[in-house]
Design a binder for this molecule. Sequence first.
Ligand code: 5GP
Length: 208
Amino acid sequence: MPERGLLIVFSGPSGVGKGTVRQEIFSTPDHKFEYSVSMTTRPQRPGEVDGVDYFFRTREEFEELIRQGQMLEYAEYVGNYYGTPLTYVNETLDKGIDVFLEIEVQGAIQVKQKVPDGVFVFLTPPDLEELEDRLVGRGTDSQEVIARRIERAREEIALMREYDYAVVNDEVPLAAERVKRIIEAEHFRVERVIGRYDKMIAKTSASK
Ligand code: 5GP
């Protein structure tokens, strides 16, 4: 059986540019992990494709999947559900392939409780003013939604200490490169590697 893949949880406050950095990470062929497409009840934006950007579902459908225990994590964010379907994640990790989640902070905290050996990366804004500008500048949301997103971002930044890494999103290609390097280095952590040598270590100590 292959060694289980690594669960990479990429998160951070709304508007920090998680989606853009994630796209940059996946735009080059030098990554070996797979993206887990999330499910949401929010309306599809122009240009978004069902099954590629999100699985777009009704509230009833989403709540049924929660009841059936089919979500690894989920959160209600600005009036809509967002969540990670469990089966895809488990099947991919079982094949020995790393899985990359891009999710908001509440969901990431749930994953940390369930999968403590995941890699938790928090994308930070260079400063709060710039974050507010980006939330306003996106132009896709109403004033009320923007205000709620800014309030939420403040609460989310305080949760940075729950993560393993904080990556500043000053420039998208740089941030993407940092995330890729973190993932690469994580594979070399002794606790992830030592299992392969356990038998040999046990034999050596028994023969002493
Ligand atoms: P948007 O509506 O802008 O696409 O996403 C809103 C927020 O939901 C973003 O912070 C995004 O990272 C987060 N999000 C996307 N997919 C998931 C998911 O599966 N679970 C959770 N908890 N958050 C998600």
